[in-house]
Design a protein around this ligand. Structure first.
Ligand code: ASP
Length: 367
């Protein structure tokens, strides 16, 4: 049927024009679907990968400037890997990432991955809290389809920006059937790292992300994906946590251990609303005697306290130099303070503060 716009009634013409305008707005993300390619949704949250600065050789820039359509279009041949759809979930430097956005992301990913015509997710993110978002999603996404986080150490306008290749590799990893069942992964600087083990180890170089305890899961080289290992810890479909319909999580604060740390911090945090505390302790999750005595007081009243370490590599031992049963604490095992905090928030949301120390200890070991 051929429509002649000139002979139509005015209201029909307006509707047709509105539909046409809408189609033009959607076109960048739905161009010529290739039935042989997987369908990947890219959820953008901001970060340096979407950052832009005044000078290509200066280190100063603002995170979260470039929007998702522009970012995808800047990567040559990326649409040969997958049919891509983009959504702008947030646009922040990841120092401003928060629980609210985590909950929106997790629920949106679960909604998308439940559809037969969505094969995987890529999330663009800032590097500063990327490992926390990855770990949170690893525990709350309910699908074995690939979920891949990508980021960049150099802004989109910087000389040798690393974002475009990281995004290209991230899409290749999400499109690979081998990524199924690996939990949430981070793809950066040609390596694939599991959400459980990934850590930002360096402040600014492009090789900032590593998995010092368990090593990389695999590599992604100009879109060639190869896995060597499976991830450590329970994840996604094996996780007991769900955030469906959840609007907020209990507040958990972190105390940073150092010589002569103020011993009133724990009780001040609880007074301010914290429902659980993580200690980023010295050495093997240790902290001064005054803070351990505070832990004994607050745990006796039902607030859980987890001992983690400010040291980036290694385990915090249960009953090591600190005897947990004496102070009422539990040990983070392999989890960094920021990842132990996520387990404690989800555990408090699911089980409340009546959860036993033994149960919390088991969760910290299992995830
Ligand atoms: N502050 C930035 C962010 O995390 C750093 C980065 O993305 O590399 O968003």
């Amino acid at each position: 049927m051929i429509l002649n716009i000139n002979t139509m009634r005015k209201e029909n013409r307006i509707s047709i024009l509105l539909i046409a305008m809408l189609l033009v707005a959607i076109v960048p993300f739905s161009t010529a679907q290739d039935k042989k390619l997987p369908n990947i949704v890219v959820l953008a949250t901001g970060g340096t990968i979407a950052g832009s600065g005044a000078s290509a050789t200066g280190s100063s820039y603002t995170a979260g400037k470039v929007r998702i359509g522009e970012m995808i279009d800047a990567v040559p041949n990326i649409r040969k890997l997958a049919n891509l759809t983009g959504e702008q979930t947030a646009n922040v430097g990841s120092q401003d990432m928060n629980v609210k956005v985590w909950l929106i992301l997790a629920n949106r990913i679960n909604e998308l991955l439940a559809k037969d015509d969505v094969d995987g997710i890529v999330i663009t993110h800032g590097t500063d809290t990327q490992e926390e978002t990855a770990f949170f999603l690893n525990l709350t996404v309910k699908s074995d389809k690939p979920v891949v986080m990508v980021s960049a150490m150099r802004s989109a306008s910087a000389l040798s920006a690393d974002g475009p290749l990281n995004l290209y590799n991230g899409v290749a990893v999400a499109a690979s059937p081998e990524s199924k069942g690996k939990g949430v992964v981070v793809v950066i600087n040609d390596v694939i790292l599991s959400a459980h083990s990934v850590k930002k180890m360096l402040t600014t170089p492009v090789h900032a992300f590593q998995a010092p305890e368990h090593g990389q899961l695999g590599t992604a080289n100009f879109g060639q994906v190869e896995y060597f290992h499976n991830p450590h810890g329970l994840h996604t479909t094996q996780s007991e946590f769900s955030v469906e319909g959840v609007k907020e999580l209990p507040r958990v604060d972190i105390i940073y251990g150092c010589a002569d740390v103020s011993t009133d911090l724990m009780e001040l945090m609880i007074k301010a609303g914290a429902k659980g505390i993580v200690i980023a302790g010295v050495g093997d999750g240790n902290i001064n005697t005054g803070t351990l005595e505070a832990a004994k007081r607050v745990t006796a009243k039902g607030t859980h306290v987890v001992r983690a370490s400010r040291i980036p590599i290694g385990q915090v031992l249960i009953h090591g130099e600190v005897v947990d049963t004496k102070w009422g604490t539990v040990a983070s095992d392999e989890l960094s303070p920021q990842k132990a905090r996520i387990v404690l928030m989800l555990a408090l949301q699911k089980y409340g503060n009546k959860m036993s120390r033994e149960k919390l200890q088991e969760l910290l070991i299992n995830y």
